[in-house]
Design a protein around this ligand. Structure first.
Ligand code: AMP
Length: 396
């Protein structure tokens, strides 16, 4: 079965074509600058990478171009579009109703359209990407996979905020959690490695956006992102959790509007805000190594906050069997892993410094110190494969 996975953003459309018999990625790429001019990067194993400018006035033009490339005699990997048996779409938000991956029909799309207010950045482009794909591939099933659905079973006391309850009823203000597809994938792999589907696992997805999730029995019980992906640990440009009165204080002190304040906390804070240098962890590390004090401070704030959340989830679950690091920073920054896991031996978390420092990039690694009670793993995430798998399970 061949499945196309699509992740549509406001000016981009990423895609991967999977052969589900082998689990192999036959081709993948990214259409960028949709609505501006258009640029596509297309990669197939064993063939030279292809990059060209194209005219992408909208998502439909982009997906049409992708299908042309996938079926092209020299650059392509399938004879005809009919070889694609289903399409999986990534959605950041499934609201309260789309609690699991679903075949997308009129009812589901109407619901997703009704909740774009909860997800104004990602919702509209994801819907328009889906509509474009449905128009050009009308005869196959299209499946929606939602980042929020991994958190569908979180208990009320973990998702209701201690603000007037009517605000939840009126506006659906509650914890939703994000990055769920990534956490589900790496927690599943960790449970497999432990040989225990009921394990207590803390997964740290640390990238440009970062979140930490606690999983028991294959189900998330808590997560650091909340009503929006702004909550939790500090990120590239997002503040993460801060004292809730800070935004209104800044608004008054700096005479900012609500939108300007949101932009400041979303786009100018986090690693970038503290360091004043960059949102990219590699730049911050370089700057810190060159003696830049605020770069060092930014990393310290990040590790401090990760540690606090990991510790709180150990308390919440009454223990932990494995801690997992994933995504750009989690998979690649060995110093960060060492700093987070330092002085956690009282909880049974202890890593082997040498294995941690030398484990190869892009591969699963067990970095647990000999004799440590809790396993620590590095597991490269693969959200696209998870989307393809859900799509296969719902359509085969
Ligand atoms: P992601 O959002 O998962 O693509 O992750 C992006 C983040 O991963 C950026 O902050 C990068 O600086 C960081 N990253 C990627 N490679 C490395 C590396 N080798 N060392 C430290 N951070 C890295």
């Amino acid at each position: 079965m061949k499945i196309l996975v699509v992740n549509a953003g406001s000016s981009s459309l990423k895609y991967q074509l999977f052969d589900m018999e082998t689990g192999e990625v036959l081709a993948k790429g990214n259409c960028e600058r949709i609505g501006i001019d258009g640029l596509i990067t297309h990669k197939c194993p064993g063939k030279p990478d292809y990059k060209t400018q194209a005219d992408f006035p909208d998502h439909r033009a982009a997906i049409e171009f992708v299908l042309k490339l996938l079926t092209d005699k020299t650059l392509g990997v399938i004879d005809s579009v009919d070889a694609i048996e289903a399409v999986g779409h990534r959605f950041a938000h499934g609201g309260e109703k789309l609690r699991k991956s679903s075949v997308l029909g009129d009812e589901e799309i109407a619901y997703l359209e009704s909740i774009v207010g909860l997800n104004p950045l990602h919702g509209p482009p994801a819907i328009s990407g889906f509509k474009a794909c449905k128009e050009v591939m009308p005869s196959v099933n299209h499946v929606g996979v939602f980042d929020t659905s991994y958190y569908a079973d979180i208990q009320e006391h973990a998702y209701i905020y201690p603000i007037p309850y009517e605000l939840y009823e009126k506006y659906k203000i509650r914890k939703y959690g994000f990055h769920g597809t990534s956490h589900r994938y790496v927690a599943g792999k960790a449970a497999e490695m432990l040989g225990d589907p009921n394990a207590k696992i803390i997964t740290c997805h640390l990238g440009n956006g970062s979140s930490i999730t606690a999983t028991v029995n294959g189900k998330a019980v808590d997560t650091s992102m909340g009503f929006t992906p702004q909550d939790g640990v500090p990120m590239g440009t997002r503040s993460g959790a801060i004292d809730p009165t800070i935004p209104t204080y800044i608004m008054k002190a700096e005479n900012l509007t609500a939108d300007e304040t949101e932009k400041l906390l979303n786009g100018k804070s986090g690693l970038y805000g503290v360091s004043g240098i960059s949102s990219d962890c590699r730049d911050i590390r370089d700057a810190a190594a060159n003696g830049k004090v605020r770069a060092k401070l930014a990393m310290k704030i990040l590790t401090h906050n990760i540690k606090k959340i990991v510790g709180s989830y150990v308390a919440e679950m009454n223990g932990v069997d494995a801690v997992v690091f994933t995504a750009g920073i989690g998979e690649n920054d060995r110093d960060l892993r060492a700093e987070v896991c330092k002085d956690m031996s009282f909880m049974g978390i202890q890593i082997d410094e040498e294995v941690n420092a030398t484990c190869p990039r892009g591969e699963i690694a067990d970095i647990t110190a000999k004799g440590a009670k809790v396993k620590t793993f590095v597991i490269p995430t693969n959200e696209e494969y998870m989307i393809a798998l859900d799509t296969q399970n719902l359509t085969k």
